[in-house]
Design a protein around this ligand. Structure first.
Ligand SMILES: O=C(O)[C@H](O)[C@@H](O)[C@H](O)[C@H](O)COP(=O)(O)O
Length: 252
């Protein structure tokens, strides 16, 4: 069953998310040398900054050296382009860490980006090769249309949701710019140990109602809840869940 953790004025979302990530870091490092984590872009990156750069207590508990960080989706642009998820993460988090205390971060192959559209399927294939067999934790965002990663609702993007074998695919004509991206697929999410969603603010109210009350399985976020609910935790603030009729706390 899906769990939800609702933050409010007393406990910030970044604090509760940060604590739960650290819990999974510690679990992973008990039995392995690396903590394998995949993150999305969007507003999550600033939440990670608030947790692990600005909150000094949480920051002191991060074993950055032991972290392998991957992206659940990446825009096909050069890494220093303002649209790059890696670029945003670098600016918000990596650049604030001392050079000898940084995680290993896995990016798309920038040379293939320069090679143009014919290489885009290859960018996805190459990224799939560097992903570990199993991720310890995946942290997803939720778009106002119910997309997650670059898995978008609607017929024109159903080929991404229908994929059963590939773990990473090229997403063309993304409704959210830029239009070309790579995205992980449902099989990868299904094979991960733990999935977190992060959704904050009033722009998420309508979609949270669709996901939690209507359980509309056309929406990729709702589909992930439905398929992998036993390992899914939502981190939301009270603003985001204002229109949810269910007692979201009791889904815990
Ligand atoms: O690269 C991307 O576009 C993101 O990974 C995307 O999937 C994001 O997570 C959602 O759109 C939510 O974004 P916000 O949290 O900014 O609304």
């Amino acid at each position: 069953m899906v769990r939800a953790i609702v933050s409010n004025i007393e406990i910030s979302l970044s604090k509760s998310l940060g604590e739960h990530i650290l819990k999974h870091q510690d679990i992973a490092l008990k039995s392995a040398r690396k903590f394998n984590l995949a993150i999305s872009g969007g507003s999550l990156i600033n939440v990670l900054r608030a947790a692990f750069i600005e909150d000094k207590t949480l920051a002191s508990k991060v074993d950055w050296h032991q972290w392998n960080i991957f992206f659940v989706d990446e825009r096909i642009v050069p890494l220093d382009n303002p649209d790059s998820n890696f670029g945003a993460f670098k600016k918000a988090v990596l650049d604030s860490l001392p050079e000898n205390k940084r995680p290993t971060v896995y990016t798309i192959d920038e040379q293939l980006v320069k090679d143009g559209k014919d290489s885009y399927p290859l960018i996805a294939m190459e990224y799939e090769k560097i992903l570990p067999e199993k991720l310890d934790l995946v942290i997803l965002g939720c778009g106002p249309d119910g997309h997650t990663c670059s898995l978008f609702p609607g017929e024109s993007h159903r080929y991404l949701l229908d994929e059963k074998a590939k773990k990473v695919m090229w997403c063309q004509d993304s409704p959210k710019p830029p239009s070309d991206r790579i995205t992980v697929t449902l099989p990868l999410l299904g094979n991960s140990n733990e999935i977190f969603f992060v959704a904050e603010g009033s722009s998420k109210q309508d979609i949270m109602h669709e996901i939690f009350d209507k359980e509309n399985l056309e929406l990729p976020c709702a589909l992930v809840n439905h398929l992998y609910g036993n390992k899914v935790t939502w981190f939301v603030n009270d603003e985001a869940v204002k229109k949810v009729e269910k007692d979201i706390q009791s889904i815990n």
